[in-house]
Design a protein around this ligand. Structure first.
Ligand code: ATP
Length: 416
């Protein structure tokens, strides 16, 4: 059995000038992947007849399934439908169920007359199978030629998603014999991509061609994703799982999670399991660590609160940082951050606390404390650990890196 390949073609000038980000192909690729269909190529083309025509010709050389989105609307720039009509040697006919659906939308829901331009949306090439679009006015279409399936969907993301899930995915088993795609993801923290590659070199070199390893770095963390493709579900699941265990063993000091979840969710799970609580004292991250933690549903079970403290005054009055400490060592110092974390632990009566203080930039750097200098402290009732970091990016990225560094220190403290 051969692998089934797909090509995704997204249409619209707005995609080429960067006005709209092409989220449609990411969604379609994920959905196809779950069905064991491998996306060979994703192409974005403008609203140009010749370019779309050429893209269809080229896609046929690569794939058995071609999914197109966009350009189905009622305006002059929407040329996908007439183009597909010509491409598949058809003629336009009225699709009565779509016309009934449009009449219902205009008369009952919008309560306004349907103009001819809208009614025209019920016209489709007679060579297609219509995919009724319950979420909008432009119907989806399916064509078959030379054993290749072409699907055309509207560009509006929620309409495209509905049609993919309700019309396209259900027809896949009937049209293609697909294999199985298995993914397993490891979250590592506290190690850069190239060092990690050295660490797992031996496992990576052993991987067979049908199992691929991807490095996905992001703000101080690297996700390692193993993707296997095979026709027997159990065999491929076992194979991927064996290599996954070897990978995990090879970098075990840095493994934060053996599933695809962010670090703040890892912390949440650890605290939940242990029935323990956490607070934060944030001087340079403006509550971002608290925001990450509370973006997880159910976080109020372990997250007690945060003190966002930018001035000396608040650090002293609320967290009990000593005036002398601030004068002698400054806000961005081991001494201050240690007193901040102790203060949060005491004030908010939690099992753990995190404190950060740093210079996020672009201004505010000092000769001995350049922009990007950050002190992080994490504490339990028994232990305080403080560490200095230097981040060298813009303000937003420095805040994100600070937060992840703090969460990783906390993870290490919780895990002992
Ligand atoms: P409509 O009937 O609304 O005109 P359509 O099929 O003609 O649908 P387009 O006009 O191409 O679709 O796009 C409609 C809107 O959908 C665009 O304004 C854009 O915001 C969004 N869109 C189009 N293509 C994509 C894409 N690839 N990724 C994300 N959003 C998209």
């Amino acid at each position: 059995m051969d692998s089934v390949f797909a090509v995704i073609i997204t249409i619209g000038d707005e995609l080429l000038i960067g006005q709209v980000i092409d989220t449609n192909s990411a969604f379609i690729a994920q959905e196809l992947n779950k069905q064991g269909i491998l996306v060979k190529q994703r192409i974005a083309v403008g609203d140009q007849w010749d370019d779309i025509w050429h893209a269809l010709n080229e896609a046929q050389k690569l794939a058995k399934l071609i999914i197109i989105t966009g350009g189905l609307g009622p305006t002059a720039d929407d040329i996908t439908k007439p183009l597909l009509c010509k491409y598949f040697d058809g003629k336009m006919i009225v699709h009565q169920p779509t016309l009934n659906h449009l009449t219902h939308i205009f008369e009952k829901l919008l309560k306004k007359p349907m103009i001819e331009r809208n009614a025209k949306q019920a016209e489709v090439p007679d060579t297609c199978q219509v995919l009724m679009n319950e979420k909008g006015t432009a119907p989806g279409m399916l064509f078959e030629k030379n054993n290749i399936v072409f699907v055309s969907l509207p560009g509006v993301p929620h309409e495209m998603k509905w049609l993919m899930q309700n019309k396209v995915i259900p027809m896949i088993p009937g049209k293609f014999k697909t294999g199985h795609v298995v993914h397993q993801t490891l979250l590592t923290a506290g190690i850069g991509e190239s060092f990690l590659a050295e660490q797992i070199k031996e496992v990576e070199e052993k991987l067979p061609t049908h199992i691929k390893l991807a490095y996905l770095p992001n703000y101080g963390m690297v996700r390692l994703r193993l993707s296997g493709y095979g026709f027997d579900k159990e065999t491929i699941e076992k194979e991927v799982s064996d290599y996954f265990s070897q990978l995990k063993e090879a970098c075990k000091t840095y493994v934060a999670a053996d599933e695809d979840i962010p670090l703040h969710e890892v912390i949440g799970k650890l605290l939940m399991e242990r029935k323990q609580t956490l607070s934060t004292a944030e001087s340079c991250s403006g509550g971002y660590i608290a925001h990450l933690l509370t973006s997880i549903a159910g976080s109020s079970a372990y997250f007690e609160g945060s003190v966002v403290c930018y001035s000396y005054d608040i650090k002293e009055k609320v967290l009990g940082v000593k005036h002398d400490t601030l004068l002698k060592y400054g806000a961005v110092s081991e001494e201050t951050v240690t007193e901040m974390v102790s203060g949060a632990l005491k004030l908010l009566e939690t099992d753990y606390a995190v404190a950060v203080s740093g210079i996020m930039g672009p201004g505010g750097g000092l000769p001995d404390k350049p922009v990007g200098t950050v002190w992080v402290a994490v504490a339990s009732k028994e232990k305080i650990v403080a560490q200095k970091f230097y981040f060298r990016f813009d303000r937003k990225r420095n805040i994100e890196l600070t937060s992840n560094a703090a969460l990783n220190m906390l993870r290490l403290l919780i895990c002992g």
